[in-house]
Design a protein around this ligand. Sequence first.
Ligand SMILES: C[S@@+](CC[C@H](N)C(=O)[O-])C[C@H]1O[C@@H](n2cnc3c(N)ncnc32)[C@H](O)[C@@H]1O
Length: 358
Amino acid sequence: MSSPPPKKSQERVFNHGFFQSAGLILPWLTPQELANVSLTCKTLHQIAHPITLHRSLDASRSFENLPIPFHNTLDQYPYSYFIYTASQIIPSSSSSLNRQFWGPNSTQSPAIPGSSSSGAGMGCAHDSMNRPGASWVSLVDESGCECEKCEKVSEDNVIGCPCMELEGDEGMGIMSECGPSCGCRLECGNRLSQRGIRVKLKIVRDVRKGWGLYAAQLIQRGQFVCEYSGELLTTKEARRRQQIYDELASNGHFSPALLVVREHLPSGNACLRINIDATRVGNIARFINHSCDGGSLSSVLVRSSGALVPRLCFFASKDIKEDEELTFSYGEIRVRPTGLKCFCGSSCCFGTLPSEHT
Ligand SMILES: C[S@@+](CC[C@H](N)C(=O)[O-])C[C@H]1O[C@@H](n2cnc3c(N)ncnc32)[C@H](O)[C@@H]1O
């Protein structure tokens, strides 16, 4: 005996439930999974389509102050997939970050399943100490200033705060800012790099370099652009990953974003090495391409009073026009003469991308 056909109202309840659950589940899927699901039926295709559109409109999933859209007129990829973190994270908290909600209503989404981190799945907040993905490795010591607001410090005339210190050199700049051990808050003029991204940016696809970060407005020389965020690795782990990445990159279809920063300590005998891997978990700085002429960005190691690990930040090294690509130099050393081809287009291009033994 066949069961009677469902009544119209039952059908409506079913459809409503189906749409609701699909709308909750699909934003957790990777692009490949989303494409597979959307092929199964018209309804799922209709649910998947706005998710793809939403992803292409903001690489930062609302974690930054401004949306950072993808632009691609070359091929079928509407966006690049990775897990977003606005600040450094330590691998113990990122190992469980296998998925991240990325779709409409990202800001109301729950955290990553199975993640013990408070981070990368939640809505926007722009206090760098409380920003999603923030896992400040901090050592609160006596070195912070006692100021509550750093009254004497203004955005363009940063003087007066005892935490302020700038050591310019030909390579990487080093800067000190107020931090966890200071009495002041985020509005303090000596925390310029801690308030998130404040300039309009976009990510554009290039036929030879892949995705690249571009200015979507005029950026003035000296303005803070962004921090290089990702997983903070031990040197052993960085070397292990580098080997894998080199192999994958040699076929030309993989863009690693593992950055090694070395800071020579004042004694001259020691060198602090910081390994930041933004390949799987990172922020929009992972899209900054190399230029042999040094590019338009200066990299500055920012120490915040009381924070154990400095952060790598990018500031405009010249006035950058709207639609201009943002680049910096990945380094000078080229241990592999037959390394990956460089397409920076500068008059002093070496022809290959920098490479070194990590
Ligand atoms: C940190 S990623 C930059 C973003 C990358 N283009 C992407 O599509 O995700 C570094 C990789 O970008 C590519 N790249 C960066 N600068 C380049 C350049 N000047 N010429 C050619 N490829 C470049 C290389 O594949 C490099 O391994």
